[in-house]
Design a protein around this ligand. Structure first.
Ligand SMILES: C[S@@+](CC[C@H](N)C(=O)[O-])C[C@H]1O[C@@H](n2cnc3c(N)ncnc32)[C@H](O)[C@@H]1O
Length: 263
């Protein structure tokens, strides 16, 4: 499937649902697909980014009503809360970090969905045992380690995805078929700030032709990325990441994929 990549140099950067505005207390207001979600924060826990917003929008656009769903790598819980609000029948959220699990519980309560989100701590799918889901939304860390460090997206204790950013996502892909119900869908972001080709190759090895690119977006460099251009250029030369100049702006690419289990 071919997905047109918008050119950010040709149009103003669209207002995405992924740019949370800081609020007066320690909470963010995050909007996605018409849902307003209030998120308490913790300095130790990842905050939603553009990836969170685009990934969640695509999943909700496909529909989750009545489905069972897992938010894998839940961070502060935005995706799990959105899944409940969009009508998922069963929602689990899991993360390796206890602080993330605690914050997800707190945020589920703050959004009136505490009884609808089961929060479990564990490494990848370990927390859910042998359970299967109609929808798995993976958002474990997937950028090259050096990019994660300079980007300021990742608080220091959040686990990273190795030198090319693929290790957690590849392991997640390998385990994922055992956790999808028949016909179920695994959604995962692939950032060009990792070795994107390796992730797509592993997904294709596992799911064959049932891997679909559903969205792609050019994202202009943040000030932190611009300030670390020498590091990023070295990583690009080593084949670990990619990015491109679009008119006057440097951009990385965010892609959202869906892999579907046999019915
Ligand atoms: C990129 S953040 C995304 C958080 C959240 N989904 C969001 O968008 O705000 C990745 C999350 O995956 C978690 N994580 C990293 N490695 C993990 C693993 N092996 N098992 C479970 N969660 C993991 C991190 O603690 C972090 O909260």
């Amino acid at each position: 499937m071919t997905v047109a990549i918008p050119n950010p140099a040709a149009e103003p950067r669209p207002a995405t649902p992924a740019e949370p505005a800081p609020a007066a207390d320690d909470a963010l207001h995050w909007s996605v697909a018409g849902f307003d979600i209030r998120l308490h924060t913790d300095p130790a826990v990842f905050r939603p980014t553009v990836t969170t917003g685009v990934l969640t929008s695509e999943v909700l656009r496909a529909g989750v009503s009545g489905r069972s769903a897992l938010d894998l790598g839940c961070g502060s819980g935005p995706i799990a809360i959105a899944l409940v609000k969009a009508g998922a029948a069963v929602v689990c959220a899991s993360d390796l970090m206890p602080e993330a699990c605690e914050l997800t519980r707190r945020n589920a309560a703050a959004n009136g969905v505490a009884t609808r989100v089961e929060v479990l701590r564990g490494d990848l799918f370990e927390a859910v045992g042998d359970r299967r889901f109609d929808v798995v939304v993976d958002d474990v860390s997937g950028v090259a380690e050096e990019v994660a460090i300079v980007s300021s997206w990742f608080p220091p204790a959040v686990p990273l995805g190795g030198s090319d950013g693929t290790s957690l996502t590849v392991e997640m892909l390998r385990q994922s078929p055992r956790h999808l119900a028949p016909g179920g869908a695994l959604w995962f972001p692939v950032l060009s700030l990792s070795n994107a080709a390796r992730i797509v190759a592993v997904a294709t090895e596992i799911y064959g032709g049932n891997v679909e690119l559903v969205a792609a977006k050019l994202i202009p460099f943040s000030p932190e990325l611009k300030d670390n251009l020498a590091t990023l250029t070295r990583l690009r030369e080593a084949g670990l990441i990619s990015f491109e100049q679009v008119r006057s702006r440097l951009c990385w690419t965010l892609e959202i994929y869906r892999a579907t289990a046999p019915a």
